[in-house]
Design a protein around this ligand. Structure first.
Ligand code: BMA
Length: 327
């Protein structure tokens, strides 16, 4: 039997001008523009985004790099003339899915790194968003790493998503939290949220946006995945049986490994044409940034159908209540 249809929660509203960035905005080879880190930068907004270029076949592209764009309002973006980040050598295949965090005045980008010996999580630092210095790379298999914007009890904190294929089986993957004195040495890991916590996920979950501080706790936006073998041809691939939704959770401010509550229904489920039918991988909404706007509105940026960048907004208080009440 097919999985049930999932719906977006009424507390969140998509921007009616979505998508806010597509490959048409990019002045260099570009096919898919999605999964972007967004921060406030020098009174404006800055974004680093994943760019897959030159479609070869099915899920194959000639390459992936990371582009940079600026905006006055977070809606209309101007892309810099050249990509700003790419990793490739004998061992490293590519870097992708960047997230940006301003940690106490220093900007860091976290990203996934495909290597010939597994998928790792990378952390780099930058002062100008054009130049990056590697800080650390995790052991495989790990990705979807995001940094907290401030230290907690003197320690840097990150959310991450190891992939315990051997013990849990493909793809029962969960969200973990760990800490570091210097962003290089990471330890004291705790399981934060497991895939089976979410009634609408049966596959895997992973961190999305870097945590956002509220008076009630850290708000985190995660992706949740359900698979349905009855799904077949979809997007550009012969077979794609996953659906990605967005969920929200609230963590204790001082002990962020304690979950205060989380949504038992999706916050955002793929519903619009740019999330469900137009694009490479349909039925994907993948959160990667959350910013507080005026009037305590939270704006969540997400990749849609692995093809474009969109955002949706909700009141901070509604998101907190959704976490505390569950639905
Ligand atoms: C994940 C990552 C993301 C992508 C998502 C949906 O595993 O590869 O980059 O957005 O799948 O395809």
């Amino acid at each position: 039997m097919a999985n049930p249809k999932l719906f977006t929660h009424p507390c969140i509203h998509r921007y009616e001008g979505n998508p806010v960035m597509t490959c048409k905005d990019v002045p260099y080879p570009s096919t898919l523009v999605f999964n972007a880190g967004v921060i406030r930068y020098q009174g404006r907004y800055a974004m680093t985004f994943r760019n897959d270029y030159e479609h070869i076949s099915q899920a194959k592209f000639a390459g992936t790099n990371i582009g940079l764009a600026f905006s006055d309002d977070g809606i209309h973006w101007k892309v810099e003339p050249q990509p700003v980040f790419a990793l490739q050598d004998k061992e490293i295949v590519r870097a992708y899915d960047p997230r940006l965090t301003d940690v106490e005045g220093q900007i860091y980008m976290t990203f996934a790194v495909d290597t010939r010996h597994g998928v790792c999580g990378g952390i780099a630092k930058t002062d100008d968003l054009h130049h990056y210095e590697m800080v650390s790379l995790s052991v495989p298999d790990n990705r979807n790493m995001v940094l907290f914007p401030e230290r907690v009890n003197g320690m840097y904190m990150r959310l991450e998503r190891p992939m315990p294929v051997y013990s849990r089986g493909r793809d029962q993957f969960d969200i973990w939290i760990s800490e570091s004195p210097d962003l290089v040495h990471w330890g004291n890991p705790h399981l934060l949220l497991a895939v089976e916590d979410f009634p609408f996920a049966n596959d895997k979950i992973g961190p999305g946006a870097p945590p956002l501080r509220t008076d009630a706790g850290w708000l985190i936006f995660t992706h949740t995945v359900d698979i349905d073998p009855t799904r077949g041809k979809n997007g550009w691939e012969d077979r794609w049986i996953k659906r990605y939704c967005i969920a929200v959770a609230l963590l204790d401010l001082n002990e962020p490994w304690k979950v205060l509550g989380y949504s038992k229904v999706p916050l955002l489920a793929p519903e619009t044409d740019y999330e469900t039918t137009i694009g490479f991988r349909t039925n994907v909404v993948f959160p990667t940034a959350a910013l507080r706007m005026d009037d305590n509105i939270i704006r969540i940026y997400y990749g849609a159908a692995d093809t474009v960048i969109a955002f949706a907004e909700a009141r901070e208080e509604d998101l907190i209540q959704l976490c505390l009440k569950g639905e």
